[in-house]
Design a protein around this ligand. Structure first.
Ligand SMILES: NC(=O)c1ccc[n+]([C@@H]2O[C@H](COP(=O)([O-])OP(=O)(O)OC[C@H]3O[C@@H](n4cnc5c(N)ncnc54)[C@H](O)[C@@H]3O)[C@@H](O)[C@H]2O)c1
Length: 304
């Protein structure tokens, strides 16, 4: 585990680069959009909230920033596929940075017994998994596709950053499906860090941010106040955005995840990997690493 300080000079030059931010109309996504646009990037905002997205686009354009808004539902493949196509067309075909950030809160109906219209036990509400995990998978799939489709004409490495949470690493009895989704995106990122490192075409890196409580529409002031009352610091959305842009613009961070807690940044993935023998056992670790190198995906191709 290592705490890092991120200074302005550690953020890569995004001038003229094309960045996509899902869930970009509000909160952490809006902070990423604004910080990128202020630094000269051409930013594509994607969100289901059309009014907020259009208002953000209008205010950025009015202050001579380059931004476009397109409505997207990240849970819907045709919608997000069309969104990436519009985003690529908006700024000449290339996409350099992608932030898979859209998310919603826990719906809290998993362990509460609710009845459906027929009076039967209702199914758990999967919408948080759909937005935060399915949406991250769809966004990552399209990001890698577009990174490879229009190869970089300069030395700029393409960056994908997925939004996790401190719930990606901790037990959350009151957030079962949110927590499942956020653990899931770290699993996704851990697989993709190997996929992109082996990419024969493009230099791509992936990472994740794992913020603690950050005052936004999802975590409003009454939640922030409850945290502060317990001595838990709350992030500003702009410091979370700094962490995201740092990861997206530094190729050496492939596979890293930054926890942001009280505006302090800690990289956690390197320590988890380095200490695996201690918490998983030597035998289990050796076998797991050996298993990771067996191309089961190739075997299934041969079986077909
Ligand atoms: N606020 C926190 O304390 C906190 C902590 C850890 C992680 N996060 C994560 O940060 C991300 C951003 O959350 P936030 O706090 O800024 O919340 P927010 O509500 O301010 O912003 C989330 C945005 O995502 C959009 N969105 C929701 N469903 C969508 C969909 N299907 N398709 C496209 N856009 C959709 C919303 O309209 C909204 O604009 C989420 O992934 C969230 O889980 C937040």
């Amino acid at each position: 585990m290592s705490e890092i300080t991120i200074t302005d000079s550690m953020l890569g030059d995004v001038g003229g680069k094309v960045a996509i931010v899902t869930g970009g109309a509000s909160g952490i996504g809006e902070a990423i959009v604004t910080a990128l646009a202020d630094r000269g990037a051409r930013v594509v905002i994607g969100d289901v909230n059309t009014a907020a997205g259009q208002a953000l686009e209008a205010s950025l354009v009015a202050s001579k920033r380059e931004a476009r808004f397109f409505e997207v539902d990240v849970t819907d493949w045709p919608s997000i596929r069309a969104f990436f196509s519009s985003a690529a067309d908006a700024f000449g075909g290339r996409i350099d940075l992608v932030f898979a950030n859209a998310g919603i809160g826990e719906r809290n109906t998993v362990w509460t017994d609710l009845l459906d219209e027929g009076g039967e036990l209702a199914a758990p509400d999967f919408s948080v998994i759909d937005v935060s995990l399915r949406g991250a998978v769809y966004t990552s799939k399209l990001a890698l596709h577009y990174f490879r489709k229009a190869p970089s004409t300069d030395a700029f490495d393409r960056g994908l950053v997925i939004t996790g949470s401190t719930s990606s690493y901790n037990e959350r009895p009151n957030l079962p499906l949110y927590s499942a989704a956020k653990h899931g995106v770290i699993g996704l990122m851990r697989a993709l860090r190997h996929v992109v490192a082996a990419d024969p075409v493009e230099k791509i890196h992936v990472g994740a941010i794992a913020p603690g409580g950050t005052e936004t529409a999802l975590f409003p002031s009454r939640a922030a106040d409850a945290f502060r009352a317990q001595g838990i610091p709350v992030n500003t959305a702009s410091s979370v955005a700094t962490a995201a842009i740092y990861l997206a613009t530094n190729a050496t961070t492939n596979g890293h995840a930054l926890t942001i807690l009280g505006d302090r940044f800690t990289e956690v993935e390197e320590a988890i990997t380095r200490t695996q023998e201690q918490w998983y056992g030597q035998y289990n670790t050796d076998m797991a690493r050996r298993a990771a190198s067996v191309r089961l995906d190739m075997l299934s191709v041969i079986r077909e």
